[in-house]
Design a binder for this molecule. Structure first.
Ligand code: ZN
Length: 321
């Protein structure tokens, strides 16, 4: 009896403790949500008087109005040296670290702020895109913990699937030799030749200009996506150029994730991480979740339909030639 009472007494505080802990967690989450949505705040203007170390102008504010030097120049330190070193690649200024942090923690709201004109606060999207693509190529070509190149482990394509010319097609041997099927054969032959030349050219271009190739792909992707996102609740008059910049930032976020997974050779996660791109779309557009999931699927279907149409048209064009 006494034991039971004691257990009951123990149970109550534990329940209370769990509730208290949950409440605190809820408060933290709400504070985090508020922080996510609040635009970035620039530090207040200093009203202290400074004398510029370079041109000796006396002024109030954060920067010298004559030569532009920061008022916060201190003695040379390793931090300053590191920032100077990063500046060689244009990384030491304009909040590269803030942009990375915001892209990971509040991507959609950060893009909203950037589109609203807060451009000094964030690292420029295209510059970041080229830098991240270069880093990503380095990581997938040996700069990772196993020192291996991604794609090396893929087994060679089985011989049965490789079809270089219509002669290797089984139907080609058994087809009756009426003029119609001969014509079809010629078209197939021409089409394979066209595909071979085309894919070789695309491959060469991708090898020579990987960042440009990725940017071009992103622009193609932006077209069908824009159809569904151009009239979203948060930005009802979203321009295509703005949406494209948003996609570049979203792609930058994804590249940061994949650089980390590829560095640790966890490449299998890359496909799963694609879903993370829905979060900035949700935060930026303000659509409900079901729309954020459905619209990209529809956009991809539309793209597939366009691809099939392109193949069909190219076959027709080759047949006519
Ligand atoms: Zn000065």
């Amino acid at each position: 009896m006494a034991m039971k009472k004691k257990r009951q007494r123990n149970k109550k505080p534990r329940k209370q403790r769990v509730r208290k802990w949950l409440n605190r967690l809820k408060e933290k989450w709400q504070a985090f949500r508020q922080w996510q949505e609040r635009p970035y705040e620039v530090a207040p203007l200093s009203d202290e008087q400074h004398e510029c170390c370079t041109c000796h102008t006396v002024y109030t504010g954060n920067f010298c109005p004559r030569c532009g030097q920061s008022a916060r120049i201190r003695r040379y330190s390793f931090v300053v040296a590191f920032l100077n070193f990063m500046d060689v690649w244009g990384l030491g200024n304009r909040g590269m670290f803030r942009t990375i942090r915001d892209l990971l923690l509040r991507p959609g709201y950060m893009i909203r702020d950037y589109l609203n004109g807060m451009q000094m606060a964030y690292f420029p999207p295209f510059k970041m895109f080229f830098l991240l693509t270069t880093l990503s190529i380095l990581v997938t070509h040996g700069f990772n913990i196993q020192g291996r190149t991604v794609g090396d482990e893929i087994a060679p394509v089985p011989q049965e699937i490789v079809v270089n010319s219509p002669e290797m097609l089984p139907e080609a041997e058994t087809a009756p030799t009426d003029p119609n099927s001969e014509q079809v054969e010629v078209i197939i032959h021409k089409y394979y030749h066209f595909l071979e030349v085309f894919s070789e050219k695309v491959n060469n271009f991708q090898k020579r200009f990987p960042s440009l190739f990725a940017l071009f792909g992103l622009m193609l992707l932006a077209c069908p996506f824009y159809l569904f996102f151009r009239k979203c609740p948060n930005i009802p008059d979203l321009r295509f150029s703005e949406f494209f910049v948003a996609l570049v930032y979203i792609n930058n976020m994804y590249t940061i994730f994949t650089i980390v997974t590829d560095f640790f050779c966890l490449n299998d996660l890359d496909g799963l991480l694609l879903f993370s791109m829905l979060i900035p779309l949700k935060q930026l557009t303000g659509y409900r979740w079901w729309k954020v999931i459905l619209y990209p699927l529809l956009a991809l279907l539309l793209m597939l339909a366009a691809l099939i149409l392109c193949i069909f048209l190219s076959v027709v064009a080759i047949g006519v030639m």
